[in-house]
Ligand binder design. Sequence first.
Ligand SMILES: Nc1ncnc2c1ncn2[C@@H]1O[C@H](COP(=O)(O)OP(=O)(O)OP(=O)(O)O)[C@@H](O)[C@H]1O
Length: 228
Amino acid sequence: MRGLWVRFGEVDAVQGIDVTAHAGRATALLGRNGAGKSTTMRVLAGVIPPTAGHVQVDGVEVAADPMTVKRLTGYCPDVGGLVPRATPWEHLQLSARLRRLDGWEPRARDLLERFELGGVAHRVTSGFSHGMSRRLSVVLAAFHEPGVLLLDEPFDGVDPLGVEATLDVVADARARGAAVLVSTHLRELAMQACDQALVLRGGARVATLDSGELGGERGAETYRALLG
Ligand SMILES: Nc1ncnc2c1ncn2[C@@H]1O[C@H](COP(=O)(O)OP(=O)(O)OP(=O)(O)O)[C@@H](O)[C@H]1O
Protein backbone atom coordinates (compact mmCIF):
# COMPACT_ATOMS: atom_id res chain seq x y z
CA MET A 1 0.00 0.00 0.00
CA ARG A 2 1.66 3.23 -1.15
CA GLY A 3 0.41 6.73 -0.47
CA LEU A 4 -3.09 5.63 0.53
CA TRP A 5 -5.41 8.62 0.67
CA VAL A 6 -9.10 8.46 1.56
CA ARG A 7 -11.36 11.51 1.60
CA PHE A 8 -14.97 11.58 2.74
CA GLY A 9 -16.40 14.95 1.64
CA GLU A 10 -14.39 17.49 3.60
CA VAL A 11 -12.63 14.91 5.78
CA ASP A 12 -9.24 13.46 4.84
CA ALA A 13 -9.55 10.25 6.84
CA VAL A 14 -6.28 8.73 5.59
CA GLN A 15 -3.46 10.91 4.35
CA GLY A 16 -0.73 9.10 2.49
CA ILE A 17 -0.11 5.92 4.48
CA ASP A 18 2.47 3.37 3.27
CA VAL A 19 2.19 -0.17 4.63
CA THR A 20 3.75 -3.43 3.52
CA ALA A 21 2.29 -6.52 5.17
CA HIS A 22 4.52 -9.56 4.72
CA ALA A 23 3.54 -13.21 4.52
CA GLY A 24 3.72 -14.87 7.93
CA ARG A 25 3.83 -11.58 9.78
CA ALA A 26 1.26 -9.61 11.70
CA THR A 27 1.03 -5.84 11.88
CA ALA A 28 -1.01 -3.88 14.40
CA LEU A 29 -2.71 -0.61 13.51
CA LEU A 30 -2.83 1.57 16.61
CA GLY A 31 -4.13 5.07 17.14
CA ARG A 32 -6.83 7.12 18.80
CA ASN A 33 -10.47 7.23 17.77
CA GLY A 34 -10.67 8.69 14.28
CA ALA A 35 -7.00 8.06 13.47
CA GLY A 36 -7.90 6.24 10.25
CA LYS A 37 -7.50 2.57 11.24
CA SER A 38 -10.90 1.30 10.12
CA THR A 39 -10.82 3.32 6.92
CA THR A 40 -7.46 1.75 6.05
CA MET A 41 -8.87 -1.71 6.78
CA ARG A 42 -11.97 -1.07 4.65
CA VAL A 43 -9.82 -0.13 1.66
CA LEU A 44 -7.67 -3.24 2.09
CA ALA A 45 -10.80 -5.39 2.27
CA GLY A 46 -12.11 -3.91 -1.00
CA VAL A 47 -15.12 -2.40 0.77
CA ILE A 48 -14.41 1.25 -0.08
CA PRO A 49 -12.19 2.58 -2.86
CA PRO A 50 -9.08 4.66 -2.16
CA THR A 51 -9.27 8.31 -3.22
CA ALA A 52 -5.61 8.09 -4.27
CA GLY A 53 -2.60 5.85 -3.84
CA HIS A 54 -1.75 2.30 -4.79
CA VAL A 55 -3.16 -0.54 -2.78
CA GLN A 56 -2.31 -4.05 -3.85
CA VAL A 57 -3.40 -7.26 -2.18
CA ASP A 58 -1.41 -10.24 -3.38
CA GLY A 59 -0.51 -8.30 -6.54
CA VAL A 60 -4.12 -7.27 -7.27
CA GLU A 61 -4.86 -3.53 -7.40
CA VAL A 62 -7.82 -2.88 -5.07
CA ALA A 63 -9.27 0.00 -7.09
CA ALA A 64 -9.24 -2.06 -10.31
CA ASP A 65 -10.57 -5.36 -8.95
CA PRO A 66 -12.26 -5.10 -5.54
CA MET A 67 -14.14 -8.40 -6.03
CA THR A 68 -10.93 -10.42 -6.31
CA VAL A 69 -9.54 -8.58 -3.32
CA LYS A 70 -12.65 -9.52 -1.33
CA ARG A 71 -11.98 -13.16 -2.18
CA LEU A 72 -8.30 -12.98 -1.22
CA THR A 73 -8.92 -11.37 2.14
CA GLY A 74 -10.71 -12.42 5.29
CA TYR A 75 -12.19 -9.35 6.91
CA CYS A 76 -13.65 -8.86 10.37
CA PRO A 77 -15.27 -5.40 10.22
CA ASP A 78 -15.26 -3.15 13.30
CA VAL A 79 -19.07 -3.19 13.41
CA GLY A 80 -21.85 -5.08 11.69
CA GLY A 81 -21.30 -7.63 8.99
CA LEU A 82 -23.65 -10.26 10.43
CA VAL A 83 -27.12 -11.12 9.12
CA PRO A 84 -29.45 -10.86 12.14
CA ARG A 85 -31.85 -13.58 10.96
CA ALA A 86 -29.12 -16.10 10.08
CA THR A 87 -27.37 -18.53 12.42
CA PRO A 88 -23.57 -18.91 12.68
CA TRP A 89 -23.84 -22.18 10.77
CA GLU A 90 -25.78 -20.44 7.96
CA HIS A 91 -23.15 -17.69 7.81
CA LEU A 92 -20.45 -20.34 7.38
CA GLN A 93 -22.53 -22.26 4.85
CA LEU A 94 -22.99 -19.11 2.75
CA SER A 95 -19.28 -18.28 2.93
CA ALA A 96 -18.41 -21.84 1.85
CA ARG A 97 -20.86 -21.70 -1.07
CA LEU A 98 -19.66 -18.31 -2.29
CA ARG A 99 -16.07 -19.57 -2.25
CA ARG A 100 -16.93 -23.05 -3.51
CA LEU A 101 -15.21 -24.72 -0.54
CA ASP A 102 -15.43 -28.50 -0.32
CA GLY A 103 -15.35 -30.45 2.94
CA TRP A 104 -15.64 -27.26 4.98
CA GLU A 105 -17.84 -28.65 7.76
CA PRO A 106 -15.13 -30.04 10.10
CA ARG A 107 -13.21 -26.75 10.01
CA ALA A 108 -16.44 -24.81 10.62
CA ARG A 109 -17.27 -27.01 13.63
CA ASP A 110 -13.74 -26.75 14.98
CA LEU A 111 -13.68 -22.95 14.74
CA LEU A 112 -17.09 -22.61 16.39
CA GLU A 113 -15.94 -24.87 19.23
CA ARG A 114 -12.69 -22.95 19.67
CA PHE A 115 -14.67 -19.72 19.98
CA GLU A 116 -17.26 -21.36 22.25
CA LEU A 117 -20.00 -20.80 19.71
CA GLY A 118 -20.74 -24.51 19.16
CA GLY A 119 -23.75 -24.37 21.46
CA VAL A 120 -25.31 -21.48 19.55
CA ALA A 121 -24.40 -22.64 16.04
CA HIS A 122 -28.07 -22.85 15.11
CA ARG A 123 -29.37 -19.77 16.90
CA VAL A 124 -30.02 -16.57 14.94
CA THR A 125 -27.41 -13.90 15.59
CA SER A 126 -29.92 -11.13 16.36
CA GLY A 127 -29.89 -12.25 20.01
CA PHE A 128 -26.11 -12.40 20.30
CA SER A 129 -24.21 -10.28 22.78
CA HIS A 130 -21.59 -7.87 21.45
CA GLY A 131 -18.74 -10.23 22.39
CA MET A 132 -20.43 -13.23 20.74
CA SER A 133 -20.91 -11.24 17.54
CA ARG A 134 -17.26 -10.19 17.61
CA ARG A 135 -16.14 -13.80 18.05
CA LEU A 136 -18.30 -14.95 15.15
CA SER A 137 -16.92 -12.15 12.96
CA VAL A 138 -13.39 -13.40 13.65
CA VAL A 139 -14.46 -16.97 12.83
CA LEU A 140 -15.94 -15.80 9.52
CA ALA A 141 -12.83 -13.81 8.61
CA ALA A 142 -10.52 -16.78 9.25
CA PHE A 143 -12.78 -19.58 7.99
CA HIS A 144 -11.57 -19.82 4.37
CA GLU A 145 -7.89 -19.50 5.38
CA PRO A 146 -7.31 -16.29 3.46
CA GLY A 147 -3.86 -15.11 2.38
CA VAL A 148 -4.58 -11.75 4.02
CA LEU A 149 -6.42 -11.63 7.34
CA LEU A 150 -7.83 -8.25 8.37
CA LEU A 151 -9.17 -8.00 11.91
CA ASP A 152 -10.65 -4.64 12.91
CA GLU A 153 -11.06 -4.38 16.69
CA PRO A 154 -11.33 -8.16 17.13
CA PHE A 155 -10.80 -7.97 20.91
CA ASP A 156 -13.42 -5.30 21.57
CA GLY A 157 -15.72 -6.54 24.35
CA VAL A 158 -14.44 -10.12 24.02
CA ASP A 159 -13.87 -12.25 27.13
CA PRO A 160 -10.44 -13.79 27.94
CA LEU A 161 -11.23 -17.15 26.28
CA GLY A 162 -12.37 -15.35 23.13
CA VAL A 163 -9.17 -13.27 23.23
CA GLU A 164 -7.10 -16.45 23.47
CA ALA A 165 -8.98 -18.05 20.57
CA THR A 166 -8.40 -14.90 18.49
CA LEU A 167 -4.68 -14.89 19.31
CA ASP A 168 -4.58 -18.56 18.21
CA VAL A 169 -6.30 -17.72 14.92
CA VAL A 170 -3.71 -15.01 14.26
CA ALA A 171 -0.87 -17.41 15.11
CA ASP A 172 -2.35 -20.13 12.84
CA ALA A 173 -2.75 -17.68 9.97
CA ARG A 174 0.84 -16.56 10.33
CA ALA A 175 2.05 -20.15 10.51
CA ARG A 176 0.43 -20.95 7.17
CA GLY A 177 2.00 -17.85 5.61
CA ALA A 178 -0.85 -15.34 5.70
CA ALA A 179 -0.25 -11.63 6.19
CA VAL A 180 -2.27 -10.34 9.14
CA LEU A 181 -3.38 -6.83 10.09
CA VAL A 182 -5.02 -6.16 13.44
CA SER A 183 -6.55 -2.83 14.38
CA THR A 184 -6.89 -2.36 18.13
CA HIS A 185 -6.72 0.08 21.02
CA LEU A 186 -5.21 -2.58 23.26
CA ARG A 187 -1.46 -2.13 23.25
CA GLU A 188 -0.67 -5.29 25.22
CA LEU A 189 -2.75 -7.49 22.90
CA ALA A 190 -1.28 -5.79 19.84
CA MET A 191 2.12 -6.82 21.21
CA GLN A 192 1.05 -10.42 21.74
CA ALA A 193 -0.61 -10.82 18.36
CA CYS A 194 1.77 -8.85 16.16
CA ASP A 195 5.46 -8.41 15.49
CA GLN A 196 5.19 -4.78 14.49
CA ALA A 197 2.83 -1.86 14.98
CA LEU A 198 2.01 1.21 12.96
CA VAL A 199 0.80 4.14 14.99
CA LEU A 200 -1.61 6.40 13.11
CA ARG A 201 -2.55 9.95 14.03
CA GLY A 202 -4.90 12.17 12.08
CA GLY A 203 -4.82 9.79 9.13
CA ALA A 204 -1.03 9.68 8.90
CA ARG A 205 1.55 7.21 10.16
CA VAL A 206 3.57 8.69 13.02
CA ALA A 207 5.66 5.63 13.90
CA THR A 208 6.46 2.02 13.10
CA LEU A 209 7.52 0.06 16.16
CA ASP A 210 8.63 -3.49 16.85
CA SER A 211 6.22 -5.08 19.28
CA GLY A 212 9.04 -5.28 21.85
CA GLU A 213 9.16 -1.48 21.93
CA LEU A 214 5.51 -1.36 23.03
CA GLY A 215 5.92 -3.49 26.15
CA GLY A 216 5.83 -2.52 29.81
CA GLU A 217 5.75 0.94 31.33
CA ARG A 218 8.27 2.21 28.81
CA GLY A 219 6.14 1.00 25.91
CA ALA A 220 3.08 2.62 27.47
CA GLU A 221 4.95 5.94 27.71
CA THR A 222 6.20 5.68 24.12
CA TYR A 223 2.68 4.95 22.92
CA ARG A 224 1.11 7.79 24.94
CA ALA A 225 3.65 10.23 23.54
CA LEU A 226 2.90 9.12 19.99
CA LEU A 227 -0.85 9.54 20.47
CA GLY A 228 -0.19 13.22 21.14
N1 LIG B 1 -18.21 7.09 5.91
C1 LIG B 1 -17.63 8.17 6.42
N2 LIG B 1 -18.08 9.41 6.14
C2 LIG B 1 -17.49 10.51 6.65
N3 LIG B 1 -16.41 10.49 7.46
C3 LIG B 1 -15.92 9.29 7.79
C4 LIG B 1 -16.49 8.06 7.30
N4 LIG B 1 -15.78 7.02 7.79
C5 LIG B 1 -14.82 7.56 8.55
N5 LIG B 1 -14.90 8.92 8.56
C6 LIG B 1 -14.00 9.84 9.26
O1 LIG B 1 -12.68 9.45 8.96
C7 LIG B 1 -11.83 9.60 10.10
C8 LIG B 1 -11.16 8.26 10.39
O2 LIG B 1 -12.16 7.34 10.85
P1 LIG B 1 -11.83 5.80 11.14
O3 LIG B 1 -13.13 5.13 11.42
O4 LIG B 1 -10.99 5.27 10.06
O5 LIG B 1 -10.97 5.92 12.47
P2 LIG B 1 -10.49 4.79 13.49
O6 LIG B 1 -9.03 5.02 13.72
O7 LIG B 1 -10.89 3.45 13.03
O8 LIG B 1 -11.31 5.19 14.78
P3 LIG B 1 -11.94 4.28 15.98
O9 LIG B 1 -10.80 3.91 16.86
O10 LIG B 1 -12.89 5.25 16.64
O11 LIG B 1 -12.65 3.12 15.35
C9 LIG B 1 -12.72 10.14 11.21
O12 LIG B 1 -12.57 11.55 11.22
C10 LIG B 1 -14.10 9.74 10.77
O13 LIG B 1 -15.06 10.65 11.26
